[in-house]
Design a protein around this ligand. Structure first.
Ligand code: CMC
Length: 427
């Protein structure tokens, strides 16, 4: 925090001096929290200019296209680390040494099974329910199960909750898939790595051994890393807001899953593949680009644009490379990848997309890799939720570990002024 000040001039009032905080990275932040005492609020729908909290977890420079977790670039983490190590980093602030890493991995493994009663919850859902609908319900229901560690003021309890969530989310995600297929749920296998175990629970059956391809497990792990956290996005802010009331952490994560589901956020990866299906052929791209530019048409190019990135999303660059690697290694010649690349090329050279700085985001390529791995489209956002759980829990924990207030935004009221009630006959 620095000594800088901002002066606010409002008609008919004395100048108001506001402190300006200087972050370790990024833009200066004017502290307006004293304004309410002066009888003024600020107005910022969509929080485009508002820092809702102080955080040490993740930094994004949207102009540069930079994403850092605890100071480490996403490119380096994707190339040199693995998901559970990134989880440790997000939660504890440092990369683990060998001993810490072994202990962390083994504790996560201790928690991979879900309570047997949770199986019964699934039977209440229709078999054709969207897996995200089931995820919202089942993760919220975890709050009814793990009563032994619900004191959110106790750091040890919060840690156990984090372990439970990181460990059980893949199990629940795979159960959502198996339920839709009508296949038996697969128990987790703790001799496998995190991504391998998820693929085992997704594609294994009790009838025969499923051999997990190391290429697919590595690709899956990289997808988990690339989605692990992204500072104060809609779902993370939802988790913080829900958590600020002191709510049960599992219920807060369920709220995050609900916020993630929308096509403007985590639902975009599913929407990208649906869009590529709809476009169908390279010859139709121009028509769809014209639709995306037409203000009277609600169509948007899914997987393009980002609130923060006004440059290439660095996650999209890694995902793009990963996509080529996976398809090459699997020998898949996917016409959708060709279509996606052509769409990207045409959009990036179009003045509309250039002027508005609309670049491909992480979701543009992730769907193509997930499809190559054999994951059905409806599960794409579930995988995003699985990966992002650590980010949500890290932010929730950061908030609860520090002094915080309940999140309570104000409003610019433009409704009726006070008026007298009219009895029915007078209306
Ligand atoms: N296709 C066509 N036009 C677009 C698109 C797009 N994908 N995205 C933004 N625009 C236009 C928008 O119409 C607006 O035009 P104008 O200034 O003339 O009104 C301008 O670009 C700025 O867009 P905005 O909607 O004000 O920007 P935002 O920050 O509110 O929204 C966004 C960001 C990601 C919701 C939006 O770009 C979008 O809907 N993209 C498609 C969905 C998508 O891919 N979402 C995944 C985001 S990355 C994963 C994640 O973090 O969850």
């Amino acid at each position: 925090m620095s000594e800088k000040k901002a002066i606010l001039k409002v008609d008919g009032r004395d100048d108001i001096e506001l402190p300006v905080h200087t972050p370790t990275l990024g833009k200066d932040v004017i502290d307006v929290s004293s304004l309410t005492g002066q009888g003024i609020f600020t107005f910022d729908p969509g929080f485009t200019s508002t820092a809702s909290c102080e955080s040490k977890i993740t930094f994004i420079d949207g102009e540069k296209g930079q994403l850092l977790h605890r100071g480490y670039s996403i490119e380096e983490l994707a190339a040199k680390s693995d998901y559970l190590e990134v989880c440790y980093l997000l939660l504890y602030g440092e990369l683990p040494n060998a001993e810490q890493r072994d202990e962390f991995v083994s504790t996560v493994k201790n928690h991979t099974m879900v309570h047997e009663q949770i199986r019964n919850l699934f039977n209440g859902f229709r078999r054709d329910a969207h897996p995200m609908a089931i995820m919202c319900g089942v993760v919220g229901a975890l709050s009814a199960f793990y009563h032994d560690s619900l004191d959110i003021k106790d750091q040890k309890h919060r840690e156990i909750t984090a372990f439970r969530l990181i460990a059980k989310i893949p199990t629940i995600a795979a159960m959502c898939y198996k339920y839709a297929l009508g296949q038996p749920f697969m128990y987790p296998r703790n001799d496998l790595g995190y991504a391998e175990n998820f693929l085992h629970m997704m594609f294994g059956t009790p009838c025969e051994e499923y051999e997990v391809s190391p290429t697919l497990a590595r690709a899956m792990d990289r997808i988990f890393i690339l989605h692990a956290d992204h500072e104060q996005n809609a779902s993370t802010s939802t988790v913080r807001l829900a958590g600020s009331s002191g709510a049960n952490p599992f219920a807060c994560i369920a709220a995050g899953i609900s916020a993630l589901w929308g096509p403007a956020h985590g639902g975009a990866n599913e929407a990208v593949l649906n869009m590529l299906d709809e476009i169908g052929d390279i010859s139709n791209i121009e028509t769809y680009i014209a639709k995306a530019k037409d203000k009277s048409d609600p169509f948007k190019l899914m997987g393009f644009g980002h609130r923060v990135y006004k440059n290439y999303d660095p996650r999209a660059t890694v995902m793009r490379e990963s996509c080529h690697e996976v398809l090459n290694e699997l020998g898949i010649n996917d016409p959708q990848l060709e279509l996606a690349m052509k769409l990207e090329e045409i959009a990036l050279s179009d003045p509309y997309f250039k002027e508005k700085k609309l670049f491909p985001n992480v979701d543009f390529y992730s769907g193509i890799i997930l499809k190559a791995i054999g994951i059905p489209t409806s599960m794409f956002t579930v995988i995003f939720a699985l990966s992002r759980t650590v980010g949500w829990i890290a932010h929730w924990n950061e908030m609860i570990s520090n002094p915080y207030k309940i999140g309570r935004p104000r409003q610019l009221y433009t409704g009726e002024t006070e008026r007298s009630f009219k009895v029915l006959g007078d209306r």
